[in-house]
Write a protein that binds this ligand. Structure first.
Ligand code: HEC
Ligand code: HEC
Length: 142
């Protein structure tokens, strides 16, 4: 009998504990209904970072340390390559696209940008000066 009562009390404690955690969890979108279109976010100013952003691990795509508001990437034109290409990077004093950007999917080395790396902002992101949405104590690998 004692054992049954103990099990019951433990069970009750667990339910109460999980109910209180449930109350604390709140979606970042707040009370905004799931089937309603998302609200447009405020446009934030992109920041510049002198000497670039530190990478968190060796093969991380480096974050973009300048603004890209005027840059356009389309089928015909990629304005990032005006500065970062093999041909122009020295003149523009910009870092050349990474070595991995010259390798095609079969591992062959190309003389120019691989189509796999054409859409730069798929991997490289500009940054804004924003507060963290949730507490974050991530530390990069050294
Ligand atoms: C007008 C020339 C110019 C254009 C256009 C340009 N960049 Fe840059 N980029 C630079 C320069 C110069 C640097 C070196 C850091 C600095 O001075 O801001 C740089 C740095 C970077 C870096 C950081 C590299 C590292 O090792 O930290 C990335 C990533 C990058 N650019 C990506 C892009 C992407 C993606 C675009 C297009 C959306 C773009 N850039 C357009 C000139 C340019
Ligand atoms: C699929 C992901 C991906 C795409 C797309 C991509 N990059 Fe990268 N980029 C990386 C990674 C990963 C690195 C780090 C490894 C390396 O240097 O190859 C890097 C490195 C760089 C660097 C730093 C090179 C150095 O020597 O430090 C520059 C500059 C850069 N990329 C520019 C660009 C530009 C411009 C484009 C578009 C034309 C682009 N990247 C497209 C993933 C990507």
């Amino acid at each position: 009998m004692k054992k049954i009562i103990m099990t019951f009390i433990t069970g009750l404690a667990l339910v109460t504990a999980s109910m209180s955690t449930m109350a604390e969890i709140q979606s970042l979108r707040g009370a905004h209904a799931l089937d309603k279109p998302s609200e447009t976010l405020d446009k934030r100013k992109q920041i510049k970072q002198k000497d670039g952003f530190e990478r968190s691990y060796k093969i991380q795509p480096p974050m973009i340390p300048h603004t890209t508001e005027k840059d356009r990437i389309s089928l015909k034109n990629n304005s990032c390559m005006k500065c970062h290409s093999e041909k122009n990077h020295e003149k523009e004093k910009a870092p050349r696209i990474g070595d991995s950007h010259y390798i095609d999917r079969d591992g062959n080395k190309l003389s120019d940008l691989s189509s796999r790396r054409y859409f730069c902002t798929q991997c490289h992101a500009t940054q804004v000066d924003a507060d963290q949405l949730v507490e974050n104590d991530f530390v990069g690998a050294k």
